[in-house]
Design a protein around this ligand. Structure first.
Ligand code: HEM
Length: 241
């Protein structure tokens, strides 16, 4: 069925639906932006592994020493993530319910693959995140990581990361995870600009380029660590250089 809006929509109910859906998209954009800020900061933190064991472990120790502040940040990030996932799934289910029949019109043709697969890349990233937390934070997949300490007696996050990526399947899983994360963000960042009304016609191409550049940098930053371990880069040696 083709619905075309030719006049102002009637007030109350339909307008209310519109407002709610726009409100949800704004929530998606804001929480997506928070997650984007986190992954950028986390990548910069992780890249300190290339400076060496002392730098990486003192950075990790400083973060841990934040105590209740760290927990407040974690709670804030978790809330943003839950809102993002919840409304992402809800909006997608509503879109599917509104268009039960697959359509082949110009709009679909124009939608990029990244935009059409957001729900799937998002769900795979969620699985990746759960594995990652079990791997490097809770360490249930490798309980021996919890016992690693450096010469100063601090938790040896540096060696943990190198040992973690010494497994080829694990590194490949990480490469896929950060690849899909970057792909998800390539549309997410551009779509965020659009929802927040910053995507004027003049800026559309420019913002798309900015979104792609940012996400390629993120991918290279994250992927460089497992790739360096797998290729035997001498910058990363268990126990430090
Ligand atoms: C090569 C890629 C990555 C590496 C080497 C890495 C490394 C780490 C390490 C070492 C920790 C534990 C820090 C500690 O206990 O002191 C950690 C925690 C975490 N990582 Fe990653 N990470 C990577 C990718 C990602 C990605 C792509 C995401 C998001 C999608 C992510 C989200 C998190 C979160 C949420 C935590 C928990 C932070 C906390 O407990 O406060 N990581 N990561």
């Amino acid at each position: 069925m083709n619905i075309s809006v030719t006049s102002k929509p009637p007030t109350s109910f339909p307008a209310h639906i519109l407002d709610v859906s726009i409100g949800q998209k704004i929530l998606m954009a804001v929480t997506g932006f928070i997650a984007f800020g986190f992954v950028t900061g986390h990548m910069l933190g992780n890249l300190q592994v290339f400076i060496g064991q002392n730098q990486m472990n003192s950075y990790a120790e400083k973060l841990q020493s934040l105590g209740p502040v760290l927990w407040a940040i974690r709670l804030f990030l978790l809330t943003a993530l839950v809102i993002h996932v919840w409304f992402g799934i809800k909006l997608k289910l509503e879109a599917w319910a509104a268009r039960p029949v697959k359509y082949k019109n110009a709009d679909t043709m124009k939608a990029t693959l990244a935009s059409r697969t957001m729900i799937w890349t998002g769900l795979i990233i969620l699985v990746f995140l759960v594995y990652h937390l079990l791997h490097f934070t809770v360490r249930v997949t490798h309980p021996e990581f919890a016992a690693l300490t450096d010469p100063q007696g601090r938790p040896d996050v540096y060696t943990m990361v190198i040992l973690g990526f010494s497994s080829v399947p694990v590194s490949i899983f990480y490469l896929i995870g950060v690849g899909l994360l970057s792909y998800h963000l390539s549309h997410g960042v551009a779509s965020m600009f659009q929802t927040l009304g910053l995507n004027t016609e003049k800026w559309q191409v420019r913002l798309h380029r900015i979104a792609w550049t940012a996400t390629v940098i993120l991918f290279l930053g994250y992927a460089s660590i497992p790739l360096a371990v797998l290729t035997g880069c001498t910058l990363l040696v268990p126990g430090g250089r």
